[in-house]
Ligand binder design. Structure first.
Ligand code: PLP
Length: 384
């Protein structure tokens, strides 16, 4: 299937709540608000303050739209989507619903984000399984290192699409193919890629995909997402909340307790998943992403990060080579003695990026302009 990625989106600064004097390169930490998201939040607060305007149906309609939109972003329908508060919740659902036995391996990459690692450690303690942490030999890509570590001992492969510290890419189709061959489970933390990098569960056939909503999905804090394969949808939720039970729409009969759940992955929704204040914000964000189209976002951000990599090279700084990184963020290696100076220079210039490990992680979005990039490099040139 060919994807039309032209024309590349030009900067969409006017749609974001980012003042002219701020150069923000830290979407990988916390995305700024779209004006539409903020307006949806304000309207939602107004509505929440007038509960007499909220109907019984309203407890379900926005949430179902959100489920469908998230489904669209991962190439699926609404049925596999559960609404969760944080990635740790998604990992806990996955870990509780994957059978592990003593000696089996749970594969994670070195320096992976802690939420998943702590959950897998707990699962390993409970079951006698072992964590196997993949490290890279010099010159090796993550994909090569993971493939080399994949053997019949591995029961779970828990990977991101890009490494959160520097945007280094993991070739998910290659990893998924080998994982399936081994009969292992594939869990993807897409928090640092979904919304900026296409992901299609029909092609990858993962078991679980987990994502925060407040980074590349441009949504509010407190709304995350979990997609799961059909075979897991009859599994065990972490908690038993009333709204995910059959016929919960009938408020007059909630105490006719029901053993059956709502269909699909809905049983895994967090308690109070309706989040009247947050759901409209998340909806506004996902609508905008679907409207822009993720391949076009990726192409536009690739142009920005490509330019940044080139200018970094001009200052003698190295970055992950383009074919080994995601299009939307990149790590600029900083010599140790320059890190504190770089942080101070960026702060002074109203320029926001993140030092993660030995890298300056630069994560733009469609609000990024040429003037922002100039500001970043004026600060870097003065500090390195
Ligand atoms: C890969 C990855 N997963 C998860 C998170 C955070 O998840 P949560 O806020 O749900 O704990 C981050 C935050 O940086 C991340 O980079």
């Amino acid at each position: 299937m060919s994807v039309d990625v032209s024309p590349i989106l030009s900067p969409q600064r006017h749609l974001f709540d980012v003042p002219e004097e701020i150069a923000y390169f830290n979407t990988a930490n916390l995305a700024p608000h779209l004006h539409a998201v903020r307006a949806a939040g304000n309207a939602a607060l107004d509505r929440r303050g007038r509960p007499w305007t909220i109907t019984a149906q309203d407890w379900f309609t926005d949430v179902e739209q959100l489920r469908a939109l998230f489904g669209q972003l991962v190439g699926a329908d609404a049925e596999g989507v559960a609404l969760i508060p944080a990635t740790s919740y998604g990992f806990a659902v996955a870990a509780n619903n994957i059978a592990l036995t003593e000696g089996e391996r749970i594969l994670v990459v070195a320096e992976e984000y802690p939420s998943g690692v702590y959950t897998w450690r707990k699962a390993a303690r409970r079951t006698g399984a072992e964590i196997h942490t993949v490290t890279r030999a010099s010159g090796q890509t993550w994909t090569q290192a993971i493939l080399a570590a994949l053997d019949e001992r591995v029961a779970v492969v828990s990977v991101p699409n890009v490494h959160w510290t520097d945007g280094a890419l993991i070739d998910l189709p290659a990893i998924a193919a080998r994982t399936h061959e081994l009969g292992a489970r594939l869990v993807i933390d897409a928090s640092q890629s979904l919304g900026a990098l296409p992901l299609d569960v029909r092609a990858l056939r993962p078991d679980f995909v987990i994502s925060v909503g407040y980074k590349w999905l441009l949504g509010p804090f407190g709304r995350g997402y979990l997609w799961m394969a059909e075979e897991h949808r009859h599994g065990d939720p972490l908690e038993e909340n009333w709204i995910v039970r059959a016929d919960s729409e009938d408020f007059a009969r909630l105490v006719d307790y029901r053993d059956e759940y709502q269909p699909g992955a809905r049983r895994f929704d967090m308690g109070q998943r309706t989040t009247f204040e947050l759901t409209p914000m998340a909806l506004a964000a996902l609508r905008q992403l679907v409207d822009w189209q993720v391949p076009r976002i990726a192409a536009a951000l690739d142009a920005v990060t490509g330019q940044i990599a080139e200018r970094a090279a001009g200052l003698g700084l190295t970055t992950v080579p383009p074919e080994q990184r995601g299009p939307h963020m990149l790590g600029i290696r900083l010599p140790e003695q320059t890190r504190a100076r770089v942080e101070a220079a960026l702060a002074k210039a109203n320029c926001f990026a993140a030092v993660r490990g030995g890298s300056l992680r630069v994560s733009p979005h469609l609000h990024t302009t040429a003037a922002d990039v100039d500001r970043l490099f004026a600060a870097l040139a003065a500090a390195v």
